[in-house]
Design a protein around this ligand. Structure first.
Ligand code: UDP
Length: 319
């Protein structure tokens, strides 16, 4: 029998890649999204292949009639610019949306998988970050709406496991990039690529010495699917340990696009983490997983995607 997966946030960047990978592995996928930051065009090509799209806000009751084997709760604004624009929906989808998605999983006796985040570690005082680290988050800072919603979501998910015996997984996802990121989502990778391709200044915030570790989306999706089938209810970091400074990333992207853009510095956003690098020992051990796509290869594929996208945007809108 075909196994059925419900994915909230299925029309988003990672949600759409997850949907595609699961369909390719023979699952039926019900994708739910309110399209606040997602785009139905990301999943249009899947509807002929066992994917059913439901436009719905998961902060309200989620109704799915058929039996369900997995609930993957991916819905949330996920870029700092988005959650600054939508602070209350971000808190609601992390809190009420998680509660509803857990309720659906419990009713269906499904395995629940939470898309958590490296943001639970905040501006970390331990480096690299292992799952044992409790984090350094400012609850009332601008990023608090996302960080605390995800921390609440982890607590709620764990409570459903302890109290109801629900089978759970928690993926702590570090910076991920690839095709289908929104060109205007405000994150470093789409900003730098779009700016470089348009010949505009590349905006590095602060001195650019803050670090991130970038995982290509196909690697991340592979890790999530392994986690779905693993026997652990503990949080698992998923990310690429290769760490680089934001300024170095900007230089790599300028070179890879062949652009003549130059770097300009803008103010560092409040509470911007100084460093970030996953310790993936747990994922290596429990999932036999590690990222494989080199940065140069992942960036080349992402640049191709944005190049094609920019080609389709009228010049006036692209300026
Ligand atoms: N950043 C930057 N220029 C931009 C966008 C982001 O220098 O145009 C920096 C940002 O301040 C942060 C890093 O790049 O230090 C990664 O930001 P992103 O928004 O991609 O995600 P975050 O890891 O902060 O959630």
């Amino acid at each position: 029998m075909k196994r059925t997966v419900v994915i909230t946030g299925a029309a988003g960047f990672i949600g759409s890649h997850l949907s595609e990978a699961l369909i390719a592995r023979g699952y039926a996928v019900v994708g739910i999204d309110n399209l606040l930051t997602g785009d139905a065009a990301n999943v249009d090509h899947l509807t002929a292949r066992g994917f059913r799209f439901v436009e719905q806000d998961v902060t309200n009751h989620i109704r799915v009639d058929e039996p369900v084997d997995f609930v993957l709760h991916w819905a949330s604004p996920a870029s700092p610019a988005d959650y600054l624009n939508f602070p209350i929906p971000t808190l609601k989808v992390g809190a009420l949306g998680t509660h509803n998605a857990l309720g659906l999983a419990l009713a269906k006796q499904a395995t629940f998988v939470l898309a958590s985040t490296s943001e639970v570690y905040g501006d970390p005082l331990e480096h690299p970050q292992s799952e044992a680290y409790w984090g350094n988050v400012n609850p009332i800072g601008p990023r608090g709406v996302y960080d605390e919603a995800k921390r609440f979501a982890e607590a709620m998910t764990t409570a459903y496991h302890r109290y109801h015996g629900l089978d759970i997984r928690i993926a702590r996802i570090f910076n991920t990039y690839g095709p289908r990121m929104r060109i205007d989502d405000g994150r470093a990778v789409p900003n730098f690529i779009a700016q470089a391709l348009r010949g505009q200044d590349v905006t590095v915030y602060g001195d650019g010495e803050q670090t991130r570790s970038l995982c290509y989306v196909s690697d991340l999706v592979d890790g999530v699917i392994r986690l779905m089938h693993a026997q652990t209810t503990e949080p698992v970091n998923l990310g690429n340990p290769l760490e680089l400074s934001v300024a170095a990333l900007a230089r790599r992207i300028i070179a890879a696009t062949g652009s003549r853009s130059t770097i300009v510095h803008k103010p560092l956003p409040v509470d911007d983490p100084r460093v970030r690098q996953p310790d993936i020992a747990r994922a290596r051990e429990l999932l036999a997983w590690e990222p494989r796509v080199p940065l140069a290869e992942g960036l080349a594929a992402t640049i191709e995607y944005f190049r094609a996208k920019l080609g389709r945007i009228p010049a006036s809108a692209a300026d």
